[in-house]
Design a protein around this ligand. Structure first.
Ligand SMILES: NC(=O)c1ccc[n+]([C@@H]2O[C@H](COP(=O)([O-])OP(=O)(O)OC[C@H]3O[C@@H](n4cnc5c(N)ncnc54)[C@H](O)[C@@H]3O)[C@@H](O)[C@H]2O)c1
Length: 308
């Protein structure tokens, strides 16, 4: 079976590519390299088909989906602050790219599209844990874009002969996550600076919490979504670990793993960031059979060992 990973040169996409190859699938990747890197695919580049191009161009989307069983749509510019600065860029690589993929996927007879959705759709509502039935409340153009994409997935599953499912990732971390930009994920940034003996920067008081989800858990959820026998009909599933960790606690765990005692540097909080986040994963557990294998600490240990 041939599977397509859009955004496959990115962090999560490259792990999916690796896992699909291990399962014996043929894998095609399409990526514009706007945030991803070809080097993320170095170790298995010879085993995949790579299309460099922007999915906001319908021709690229058409070429990418031909002969494909399932599409893992990871492509996006995944940054809250960047979306606040340039919302049209977020829309171009979000809704526009997705609509091309969906339209061409229907025409090509693709069986299922699995979307990389985001917990940011919940916004900053105080109730925790977040359950899929709660109302959404996007607080950034990024969150609004991700929510619109979920809407299109549901609409396409109900309007055309294609099945779709949205996986709302909570904070995913692991190898190949880009630490280098001001928009990078917090674990990628903290581990990079703390490894060098430098103090990590926290925006806010550090008491804000996240549900950190190791990459192996996110990959597992995607493979389960691909294999699921019944139609998922645009359903939305939280994909996290199901535990809340403050950024201050994250720094403490990293200090323990590195054998350091670095104090964070506190700076003013950023626009669009949510205060607290925690996933209720019971729907994914019950319907998809999701069973996360790594908690924060075991995920961090594996990640740090791999990045040595
Ligand atoms: N990392 C997380 O914690 C997290 C959390 C929630 C949701 N997500 C979602 O998961 C997906 C993957 O995130 P990631 O962390 O791996 O980010 P990433 O930036 O490493 O990967 C995104 C990839 O998409 C590519 N891309 C972007 N626009 C494109 C376009 N128009 N055409 C072709 N390729 C394009 C980029 O070049 C990049 O390789 C994103 O959709 C993101 O919104 C990630």
């Amino acid at each position: 079976m041939r599977q397509l990973v859009t955004g496959g040169a990115g962090f999560i996409g490259s792990h999916l590519v690796e896992a699909l190859l291990k399962e014996g699938h043929e894998v095609r990747v399409v990526d514009s390299l706007i945030t991803g890197r070809r080097s993320n695919l170095d170790t298995f580049y010879k085993d995949i088909e790579f299309i460099e191009g922007d999915l906001a161009n319908p021709e690229i989307a058409r070429k990418a989906v031909q002969g494909v069983d399932c599409i893992f749509h990871e492509a996006a510019v995944p940054s809250v602050p960047r979306s606040v600065e340039t919302p049209l860029l977020t829309q171009h690589n979000g809704e526009i790219a997705l609509l091309n993929v969906l339209t061409e996927a229907v025409a090509a007879g693709v069986r299922r599209v699995v979307l990389a959705a985001s917990s940011s759709a919940y916004g900053d509502t105080p109730t925790l844990p977040k359950v899929e039935t709660m109302p959404s409340s996007p607080r950034s153009p990024y969150a609004a874009s991700k929510l619109a994409c979920e809407g299109y997935l549901s609409a396409f599953a109900h309007s055309y002969p294609i099945d779709t499912v949205s996986l709302r990732y909570f904070n995913v971390f692991g190898l190949r996550q880009d630490p280098g930009s001001p928009y990078s994920g917090v674990i990628a940034k903290f581990t990079t600076v703390m490894k060098k003996g430098e103090r990590p920067v926290i925006y806010g008081d550090g008491k804000q919490t996240r549900d950190f989800c190791y990459i192996a858990n996110a990959v597992q959820a995607n493979l389960l979504a691909m294999r699921h026998h019944n139609p998922l009909k645009g359903g939305v599933f939280n994909i996290g670990y199901g535990r809340q960790t403050s950024l201050n606690e994250l720094v403490r765990v990293l200090n323990r793993l590195f054998g350091t005692s670095l104090e964070p540097v506190y700076q003013p909080s950023r626009a669009g960031d949510v205060r607290d986040s925690l996933a209720d994963i019971s729907k994914a557990v019950g319907v998809l059979g999701y069973c996360p294998t790594h908690d924060l600490e075991s995920g961090l240990r594996e990640f740090l060992a791999q990045s040595e």
